[in-house]
Design a protein around this ligand. Structure first.
Ligand SMILES: [Zn+2]
Length: 436
């Protein structure tokens, strides 16, 4: 696969994944197409060497793995991890707000987004909805309005002379998007609108009443190349669907002779503590079922290596004072190894060395990031998963700008280069050098 085909596939994954639920549904379809067998958490598993499997939890986190035909599970797994969620505005359970002639929706803030970027956008709405059918049974379905439906207009500068200096955003007052206006008629409640959309998208479910939902606003406009020579990719949710896409593509293409595993966790953006987050029991539970014997499991984990993928900060040309000299990260110059003395990233000298060898084997440059010592450092699921499993781990990611904006920016080569390094990982024994 060349870079242009790879980016086509990334663009389509980004567009069809407005929420973690849609991302996991897309990954499921992709893996099924590539011969992965679906397992259910609430049914017994019969696993065989030489086959590939996947299992989802709450349809928003997913673990896929291959039991290599030439290896035993005790030989360890080449593990990959990424997260399915992104900062956004989430609709409140009883969202209807009527102000003047407008109908608005109350929103909570999911994760730590750059809220200023959500103003004046064409927003749509997607997520998961639970409804009651005519016979009283439950139907849970994904929903995507897939059209510009909402907007959060800025207040004009004439009413806010500080807009370009000390502007602050009131998270309760300033963010409810407008969904409709009533000129001379009564507007329906939001749930009525939702019911209509559910009936449209899922006519066979015959849903009669909306019971509950997880619905998220998203930027309606899809990914785009930017720059004189299409050097950049601009899109919503690059953090971290870019890495989920790299993981699923590499895993599906890897030969089935070696053990490999991909964990796509939810809830990274709000701390990972949930049944579907990296702090939860999902990954432990799956590994316990692959290796029920405690000693075999410990041996396997000790023989494993995890590449935890999450986007990395590139140096911003307008804010060069924010970066540490010597660790200036550039777009299009290869994947970024992320290090932090206080274990906000799980990388250490051994795991960094292994990843550098992998990059060398694939003839791909890599870069190294540390935060300035006078600034706090972000984190990701690498240290959490490393702590849970005791597995040797590296945190890497594609270089990006505008992280947590409604639209983020990466280099046009960056997703493909990341994918190639993990493809190299899945087809090599390089990490075994750590075990000697
Ligand atoms: Zn992230």
């Amino acid at each position: 696969m060349n870079q242009s085909h790879y980016n086509d596939s990334l663009f389509s994954f980004l567009s069809s994944s407005p929420t973690p639920y849609h991302a996991v549904a897309g990954i499921e379809d992709f893996l099924r197409l590539h011969g992965f067998i679906q397992l259910q958490e609430n049914a017994p598993w019969q696993l065989e060497k030489g086959f590939s499997y996947f299992v989802t939890r709450e349809k928003s986190a997913m673990i896929a793995f291959t039991l290599g035909s030439r290896e035993d599970p005790e030989h360890g797994f080449r593990m990959l991890a990424a997260h399915t969620d992104s900062p956004c505005l989430q609709i409140k359970p009883r969202p209807d707000i009527k102000t003047a002639s407008y109908q608005q929706l109350g929103v909570e803030i999911y994760g730590g987004g750059l809220l200023g970027t959500w103003f004046d956008r064409d927003l749509s709405l997607a997520g998961r909805v639970a409804g009651a059918m005519a016979d009283g049974t439950l139907a849970v379905r994904l929903i995507d309005f897939n059209r510009p439906l909402l907007t959060v207009p800025s207040i004009a500068i004439h009413f806010n002379r500080e807009a370009n200096t000390t502007n602050t955003i009131d998270r309760q007052k300033h963010l409810p998007p407008i969904i409709a206006q009533s000129i001379d008629r009564q507007l329906p409640e939001f749930r009525a609108l939702l019911l209509e959309q559910m009936q449209l998208e899922h006519p066979k479910a015959m849903i009669e009443e909306i019971l509950a939902f997880d619905l998220f606003c998203y930027d309606f406009h899809g990914p785009a190349y930017i720059g004189m020579n299409n050097e950049f990719i601009s899109s919503a949710r690059l953090d971290n669907l870019l890495s989920c896409h790299a993981g699923m593509t590499a895993l599906a293409q890897a030969d089935r002779s070696r053990n490999s595993l991909l964990f796509c966790a939810n809830h990274e953006e709000n701390g990972s503590t949930s049944a579907t987050g990296a702090q939860g029991s999902f990954i432990d539970s799956v590994i316990e079922r692959i290796l029920p014997n405690p000693e075999a499991r410990s041996i396997s984990l000790s023989n494993s290596f995890l590449i935890s993928m999450d986007n990395a900060h590139a140096a911003h040309p307008n804010f060069m004072d924010k970066i540490d000299a010597g660790h200036e990260i550039h777009l299009n110059k290869g994947p970024v190894i992320k290090l932090n003395a206080n274990q906000r990233y799980a990388t250490n000298s051994l795991s960094a060395a292994i990843y550098k060898l992998l990059c060398k084997e694939a003839c791909i440059p890599c870069q190294e990031f540390v935060m300035r010592s006078d600034m706090p450092c972000g984190s990701t699921i690498g240290p959490i998963t490393a702590a849970r499993l005791g597995v040797k781990t590296i945190d890497v990611g594609a270089a990006s700008l505008a992280m947590h904006s409604i639209r983020e920016l990466t280099g046009s080569s960056d997703p493909f280069l990341l994918y190639r390094t993990i493809g190299q990982f899945l087809s090599s024994d390089t990490h075994r050098q750590l075990l000697q």
